[in-house]
Design a protein around this ligand. Structure first.
Ligand code: HEM
Length: 146
């Protein structure tokens, strides 16, 4: 994947400006509420009975933060996201059995949370750069599936 200077600076500056402890839980909660079938992978996390329970579940919040730190690795290795995620892809496929379609759903929820944070700064050009980045992430995470 080739990145323009604009894409690189946009992705680094978006992630540098994000509070992972805020955005991560919000994105994961949104995914679990908007696409409720994604809850099936978090059966060990206790009460996910309704949106309020999901939003106040500390295990979900902690996992949302963990996902952001996972994404951070891609931001710091934009030229080799595929290799960066080789292990994480195997984990999600072989151990966790997460359907790969779900990566895009979470990526879309994260995009919406970021858009809401950025407001008018989330221009078409910024969205295009972010969309390209999350598409590469989603593809790399789905890499070890067959
Ligand atoms: C675990 C990242 C998408 C379900 C993890 C871990 C990371 C991560 C870093 C921890 C791995 C470890 O402990 O070594 C990501 C990223 C995603 C993504 C970057 C895409 C943006 C998803 C989706 C689902 C999912 C869409 C399900 C709907 C899980 C589960 C675990 C996990 C169930 C194990 C949690 C636990 O052990 O408590 N993920 N993930 N992930 N992920 Fe993902």
């Amino acid at each position: 994947v080739e990145w323009t200077d604009f894409e690189r600076t946009t992705i680094s500056s978006i992630f540098a400006s994000l509070d992972y402890n805020d955005v991560g839980p919000k994105a994961l909660c949104r995914c679990l509420i908007v696409y409720p079938w994604t809850q099936r992978y978090f059966g060990a996390y206790g009460n996910l009975y309704n949106p309020a329970a999901i939003k106040s579940n500390p295990l979900i919040a902690a996992h949302g933060v963990k996902v952001m730190h996972g994404l951070d690795r891609a931001v710091k290795n934009m030229d080799d996201i595929k290799a960066t995620y080789a292990e994480l892809s195997v984990l999600h496929s072989e151990k966790l059995h997460v359907d790969r379609d779900n990566f895009r759903l979470l990526a879309d929820c994260l995009t919406i949370v970021i858009a809401a944070k950025m407001g008018s700064a989330f221009t078409c050009e910024v969205q295009a750069a972010l969309q390209k980045f999350v598409a590469v992430v989603v593809s790399a995470l789905g890499r070890q599936y067959n």
